[in-house]
Design a protein. Structure first.
Length: 150
């Protein structure tokens, strides 16, 4: 009888965990992300780019949807319909690659923080602050350069 009870308890626990896990995840603190103090206009620009470009990084809008609606004759992807032009998409892909490089640099800085480099806590903290400041400067320059070009 006790074996059957144990099996039933295990089943109940398993079903409970599927209910509890999403709730627990909702209240779990997210990983600390390095935040940039961007202006509202830059954030708006980035979010609009994020919505318009597919995750694959390609512009699918020019091929499929323009052929299905022959109401208006227009050049596909010329920017007149609110979609991104090919050059804008290429700029975004470049930005994403450079952001990935910056992210790798940031990860290296995190490993350095964990004591691979010597020194006491204050030295490590000072170096981490310098690296993060450099990362922020690099990112701001990158964004400024890209917004100036487009």
């Amino acid at each position: 009888v006790s074996h059957i009870n144990l099996i039933q308890n295990a089943r109940n626990l398993r079903s409970l965990s599927t209910i509890i896990a999403p709730i627990r995840n909702r209240f779990r603190k997210p990983e600390p992300v390095f935040k940039l103090n961007l202006s509202a206009s830059t954030m708006k620009l980035l979010s609009s780019l994020d919505h318009k470009v597919h995750r694959t990084g390609r512009d699918h809008s020019s091929s499929s949807s323009s052929s299905s609606s022959p109401k208006k004759k227009q050049k596909p992807g010329d920017g007149s319909d609110g979609r991104l032009t090919k050059s804008q998409v290429e700029n975004i892909i470049k930005l994403e690659k450079q952001a990935e490089i910056l992210n790798q640099r940031h990860n290296k800085a995190k490993f350095a923080k964990k004591g691979i480099m010597g020194g006491d806590d204050n030295d490590r903290l000072r170096r981490e602050i310098m690296v993060r400041q450099q990362l922020a400067n690099d990112t701001m320059l990158l964004i400024k350069r890209k917004t100036d070009n487009s």
